[in-house]
Write a protein that binds this ligand. Structure first.
Ligand code: NAP
Length: 681
């Protein structure tokens, strides 16, 4: 499976604002390469997704269908059919509607911007939110306005002798919603569920006791996704965890370009693992012996593990931590499904095989999910103990397929008695004290890096007048970002997430529970904008998301096209549409508490403002806003960065995230040469 990440948008966007001819040439070369790669990947994805992708793109080209115009056929393989999980229910009759559910119908974008009046209404709501700041009041006002629209339509319809529904739809884009979606109920009574959970917890307690010697559990875990952002932090924290005696990391081979040999080479799982240990600064330490790397692929049955490896794991593994996934917000449904649902099913079946084997010491299976399985559940708090189909749908197929995977995990627990802990991180950002993220450029890193590069372009004084003006124009466009000032983002530093995962290994009471690894101190778009201004010196302009989507982006696209910047236009569009969804008002509130109750984590969650500041500082100096990509170089820089941040913390006796931006900049440039990233002084 090819994995498209969200970050190329950032990189492409940034390329368009270079002004130095050398850099520009390099950027153009890279751009051509990226374009070819993207084209190839698109073709591959289309081939894999078969007619479905072609169909959805053609329906896009023809204009978005209204939510009611459900297609009657689906080309999806039966196992990918959303109806396996979800049902469409009549609002009035409360009866299940026997219609095919297309994945697209489960996404937010399918249900908005279908009528000028709808666009205006959303814009109005956004403005109201900005001035009133009270979500429930705004919702009530909108409800009143809608009712007024319906009443007016009824009167007009009466005068014209027409159907009132048709009139309100044509005139005001108003529809009385006739249906809703809900997850299919699992066929278990509350009593059965309670009994199953108690049994699973009891068994986990006994199993943990059985692997505990001298008061210490001897944990041997299998980790999927160890090469990823969260997985690397799991590997890192495992090194210093005395209870963890072995980490078997499941890795797939990877093709990379060998710069010296100037050709593509395939790295074996062992080679990748060895490199990983070096990049994690663990290779030449006594901890390196803890790690073992085996070949596998989560999309294959039994995770693609060889018979030989499997036989050994059956008698040794105490835990399986399934962390691998596709975290691309723009993958087609089929790709997300394969990585996130099929991958999860393979991991669950793998663990079930272990658990049922006679000599297996398996304690539990840890499923790494996401708190965004709740999608846009805007009215009620997204609870930890249940998953409800979101009233306002999902932002993307990543969220949707992770939700389906969570349901499969529940099924395994209830149908097969698998001892599972479900751990749901919110949006994961770099380490809380220093911002280290091992080169991750996904999710919030992508816009932060674009802003940073836009700022660099604005500062750039080289080139002729035309080049400079063009670069500045493009940079200003990149600084326009869709977002309601009040929209709240749930950011959680990676170290806290992995503390939760590590705690779950030895907490039998967590078995059968879903735990949000999220924050209770959420940041608003406004705060994010202010921190970006402080730290990167750049003024991001928050644009009304509805206007941005419907008016600004298309206009920008045209302008950029005429400036021969079509690729940049595409990248901005991608960034705006992918991330814009997370900065609209009405973001879900993720309940927290199980992290303390079941995992024993501190109730004082990391200070998100400090952590986000450190992310900005880290991305500026260490990543150079995504320009530094070589994992070895990132590793070198992050080590130095960590040491300096810790030194600063000792000297000032307070978190470095609390330091004023100017004071931090003075301190950091005293110790690091920003160009070479070598220690000075
Ligand atoms: N990052 C976030 O903000 C966030 C938030 C909430 C939850 N999560 C969850 O946390 C987990 C880890 O996320 P992340 O940010 O660390 O993702 P990531 O950096 O994109 O890493 C994904 C990992 O999955 C592996 N993988 C993907 N497909 C695979 C396959 N077919 N076979 C074997 N390995 C495969 C990748 O291996 P390769 O190196 O071979 O590609 C990589 O190690 C995911 O379950 C995600 O849903 C992440």
């Amino acid at each position: 499976m090819s994995r498209k990440k969200a970050d190329p948008a950032a990189d492409e966007t940034a390329e368009g604002i270079h002004t130095d001819p050398k850099t520009k040439k390099k950027a153009e070369k890279e751009a051509r390469r990226a374009e070819k790669k993207a084209e190839k990947e698109k073709k591959r994805a289309q081939k894999r997704a078969g007619q479905t992708t072609a169909k959805s793109s053609s329906s896009k080209a023809e204009g978005r269908s209204s939510p009611e115009s459900d297609e009657k056929t689906s080309d999806l393989p039966p196992e990918m059919n959303p109806s396996n999980y979800i049902e469409k229910v009549g609002l009035v009759t409360d009866e299940v509607i026997d219609e095919i559910i297309e994945p697209e119908h489960l996404l937010v974008h399918h249900h908005r911007d279908y009528h000028l009046a709808d666009i205006q209404a959303r814009r109005f709501m956004s403005k109201l939110m900005e001035s009133i700041g009270d979500e429930s009041l705004v919702r009530q006002k909108m409800k009143d306005i809608r009712e007024l629209g319906h009443r007016t339509s009824e009167r007009i319809a009466k005068l014209l002798g027409r159907n009132p529904e048709g009139v309100s739809k044509t005139l005001f884009g108003l529809k009385r919603k006739e249906y809703y979606f809900r997850y299919k109920r699992l066929p278990h009574t509350a009593e059965e569920i309670r009994a199953a959970l108690e049994k699973a917890k009891d068994e986990a307690r006994n199993k943990l006791d059985a692997v505990t010697h001298d008061g210490r559990p001897w944990i041997r875990l299998l980790l999927t996704g160890g090469t990823g952002f969260v997985g690397q932090e799991i590997m890192w924290q495992s090194a210093f965890d005395d209870d963890i005696v072995e980490v078997v990391v499941l890795i797939r081979p990877k093709k990379i370009r060998d710069r010296r040999a100037r050709k593509m080479v395939t790295l074996s799982p062992t080679e990748r693992g060895q490199r990983l240990l070096e990049q994690l600064w663990l290779a030449d330490t006594p901890f390196s012996g803890k790690y073992r790397f085996i070949a596998g692929d989560i999309e294959l049955p039994r995770l693609g593990v060889s018979d030989e490896d499997y036989d050994r794991l059956q008698t040794t593994l105490t835990h399986v931590v399934h962390c691998a996934a596709s975290v691309a917000f723009d993958d087609p449904y089929e790709e997300s499904f394969r990585a996130n649902v099929t991958g999860t099913l393979n991991a669950l079946e793998f663990s079930r095989g272990l658990q049922e084997a006679e000599d297996s010491p398996l304690v539990s299976h840890l499923a790494i999910e996401t708190s965004y399985i709740h999608g846009r559940q805007t009215k009620d708090v997204a609870r930890e103990d249940e998953i409800v189909f979101p009233r306002n749908f999902y932002n993307n197929y990543y969220e949707l397929t992770k939700a389906m995977a969570s349901i499969e995990t529940e099924r395994y627990m209830l149908d097969h008695g698998l001892r599972v802990v479900q751990l749901c991180p919110a949006i994961v950002i770099g380490e809380s004290r220093a911002g280290n993220n091992r080169g991750d450029t996904k999710v919030v890193n992508a816009p932060v890096n674009v802003f940073g590069r836009a700022h660099q372009a604005l500062q750039h004084k080289k080139g002729n007048f035309f080049d400079r003006t063009r670069a500045a124009t493009v940079a200003r466009m990149a600084l326009l970002f869709p977002g309601d000032p009040s929209a709240e983002l749930n950011l959680i530093p990676v170290d806290r997430v992995v503390q939760g995962i590590a705690a779950a290994l030895r907490r039998p009471d967590a078995v059968g529970e879903r735990v949000h690894l999220a924050t209770d101190n959420r940041l608003t778009s406004q705060q994010i904008r202010d921190i970006v201004k402080d730290e990167l010196g750049v003024e991001v302009r928050l644009a009304d998301p509805t206007v941005h989507r419907n008016v600004t982006l298309p206009v920008l696209s045209k302008i950029l096209g005429s400036l021969k910047q079509q690729r940049l236009a595409n990248a901005l569009e991608k960034l705006g549409t992918i991330f814009g969804g997370y900065s609209e008002w009405g973001q879900p509130i993720h309940e927290v508490g199980n992290d303390v109750k079941y995992l024993g984590l501190s109730p004082e969650r990391p200070n998100t403002q400090f952590a986000f500041r450190m992310l900005c500082r880290h991305n500026r100096y260490v990543q150079q806003f995504g320009a530094v990509r070589d994992p070895d170089e990132i590793s070198r820089r992050e080590r130095l960065w960590w040491n300096i941040v810790m030194q600063l913390e000792r000297e000032t006796s307070r978190p470095v995230g609390a330091m004023e931006p100017e004071a931090f900049q003075r301190a950091i440039t005293r110790w690091i040469d920003p160009e070479t990233f070598e220690r000075v002084g």
